[in-house]
Design a protein around this ligand. Sequence first.
Ligand code: GRF
Length: 186
Amino acid sequence: MRDGRRVAVLISGRGSNMRALIEQANGYEVVMVASNNPEAAGLAWARDRSIPVWSKDSRAMSKVDWEAELESQLDRHSVGTIALAGFMRILSPEFTARWSGRIVNIHPSLLPKYRGLDTHRRAIEAKDVVSGCSVHLVTAELDAGDVIAQAEVPVLADDTADSLEQRVLDAEHRLYPRALAEFVGR
Ligand code: GRF
């Protein structure tokens, strides 16, 4: 039985949002962490806390096979909601269709502005005075699903992409756990 409150977090790298989701879990439980990158730094942190971890290098196999293996892990842990957190692989249209309405992502811009990469540099170059982050549903089209929550931060006159990234990241860590709790409790 799939239970929307049983969450799998998918990461590819450092995993600071994964950590925020686990540390601030309220109304949901992170029952597994998965990655397409066995070297992802966040995996060690999850393992140290005895959270089940599954990772397999997605470059070594087809997307269909990788997603099939992921799905068997999701079944095994009765996962009902997937939270992407710095997961850098685009999921197939078949996978997103099967999980329609049950995958969320955190993106470092105020969508629909700046889909894709390099969001902070683009916000600075556009002379935006406000930026932020968005939690949105994941569909087959990159960063284009319905937005379910956003948080704004100021862009300061002397910001670099790095300083803006840090300010937005702090906002992500506050927004994502709250948005996920609301999403699974809806
Ligand atoms: C975050 O900025 C997130 O918005 C984006 O990728 C980054 C992941 O960082 N999708 P972390 O791995 O959660 O630290």
